[in-house]
Design a protein around this ligand. Structure first.
Ligand SMILES: Cc1cc2nc3c(=O)[nH]c(=O)nc-3n(C[C@H](O)[C@H](O)[C@H](O)COP(=O)(O)OP(=O)(O)OC[C@H]3O[C@@H](n4cnc5c(N)ncnc54)[C@H](O)[C@@H]3O)c2cc1C
Length: 387
């Protein structure tokens, strides 16, 4: 394990050269950055709060497969094996991350949570579990876009007698067989859990929708939606919005009668606001067949019932909140003035904030071209900047 004493092993030499770069977080973003740094001869030490790499992926629901292709989801320096197939399963993502750390011989310290990062005379001081104080020549923050579940504080929540859980705690549909379930939120997670519940034998599945999503086919005639995302990424937003609307009319049936009208804001405009389109892995068919019923947004609970935005009161056995996550970076770096009003870092990849040179971020952008691909690009840029 690397510890603070490492910095003092070489008295009389340029100590800075011996300071490692600390990478906070052992998910794909952190591992990619560490591997890219190592590839350029820079010592990187990954600090991971859980007991293993890829902690987020180990927790995801069983059914999950990447909706980005195997090839376009690989991290620098190690392709994913062909045997994983085109749409890689959750378990194979975990296997890949384990292999990745081993293959690149990454230095990883598990069970260490970093709580605060501070500048220290041109270097960076990290406060971590057990009173540790670690000094690095630079820091890469890779603690994850999906860090802390966001559970809205619905009024009257305490009156609800059924089961209320966040999507993070959903694993498989077995516990919900024969039950009436309300899934709240129609991002990729909510859409996929709703379909999983239907296929797993839930008696009734309703999907509470606040903002109607853009739905795209994961691939059309063998062409993955992600590739289109990569191609159009630098084009003007209005142009992509128009093309998106046209493509959607061709590829996706009108579900207005079932409660999912086409959105009136363009696809790319929504991506720019942080909402990536829903990739269809069964939602369209399930909604058409009436097996997933879109309903109005959940507003509150009253007298044990769920109250929807249109005034409907329903009594599901279970409410699953697929309501997203918070970055939760405030405690770590909020005092450094490096976050925007939504709590996201103001820079990513090879750039560092003007007032915080040496502080890098990866994994906090959610581009149409795929996050894993973006983190691979960020990793190379960070390594280049630091080498
Ligand atoms: C359900 C789901 C499906 C997704 N599917 C795709 C997909 O198909 N394609 C795609 O490109 N992207 C996908 N993503 C988005 C993204 O690629 C993943 O979320 C990916 O895991 C992000 O990697 P990361 O390293 O930034 O964060 P994470 O994987 O969340 O890793 C962060 C790590 O940091 C650790 N950590 C957090 N705080 C601290 C701390 N203070 N100190 C020490 N360690 C800490 C955590 O334990 C964790 O191991 C998906 C996301 C979700 C939620």
């Amino acid at each position: 394990m690397a510890d603070e004493k490492d910095n003092d092993r070489f008295p009389g030499t340029d100590r800075t050269n011996h300071r490692p770069v600390y990478v906070v977080g052992g998910g794909p973003g952190g591992l990619a950055a560490a591997a890219a740094l190592r590839g350029r001869g820079v010592r990187a030490v990954v600090l991971e709060k859980s007991e293993s790499v890829g902690a987020s992926w180990r927790r995801h629901y069983d059914r999950l497969h990447l909706h980005t292709t195997r090839r376009l989801s690989a991290l620098p320096g190690l392709p994913m094996p062909r045997s994983f197939g085109r749409w890689v399963s959750r378990d194979d993502v975990v296997r890949y991350l384990e292999k990745y750390a081993e293959f690149h011989e990454l230095e990883i310290v598990t069970g260490v949570e970093v709580s605060r990062i501070e500048p220290a005379g041109g270097e960076w001081l990290l406060h971590a579990t057990g009173g540790r104080e670690l000094t690095g020549r630079a820091v890469v923050v890779a603690t994850g876009h999906n860090h802390t579940p966001r559970l809205p504080d619905w009024p009257g929540r305490e009156t609800y007698g059924g089961e209320l859980l966040h999507a993070r705690d959903y694993r498989d549909p077995a516990p919900y067989a024969g039950k009436d379930v309300l899934v709240v939120g129609v991002g990729n997670t909510g859409a996929e859990i709703a379909v999983d519940l239907v296929e797993g034998g839930a008696a009734r599945v309703r999907l509470a929708v606040r903002t109607v999503p853009h739905i795209v086919r994961r691939s059309t005639a063998g062409w993955p939606a992600q590739r289109t995302g990569i191609l159009v990424r630098r084009l003007p937003v209005r142009l992509v919005d128009k093309a998106g609307a046209l493509m959607s009319r061709v590829a996706v049936p009108d579900l207005a009668a079932q409660g999912l009208p086409r959105p009136d804001t363009g696809l790319y405009s929504r991506v720019r606001q942080g909402a990536i389109p829903v990739q269809d892995v069964g939602l369209i068919d399930a909604v058409r067949a009436g097996r997933v019923e879109p309903v109005a947004a959940l507003e509150s609970f009253d007298d044990g019932k769920a109250v929807l935005a249109d005034g409907t009161r329903i009594s599901p056995d279970t409410v699953i909140a697929a309501t997203g996550y918070r970055r939760a970076l405030e405690g770590l770096v909020g005092h450094l003035g490096v976050l925007d009003e939504q709590g996201r870092p103001v820079v990513h990849g090879g750039r560092t904030p003007k007032q915080a040179p040496g502080l890098y971020f990866t994994g906090f952008t959610n581009p149409i071209s795929g996050m894993l691909r973006e983190m691979a690009i960020d990793a190379r840029r960070i390594a280049k900047a630091l080498a």
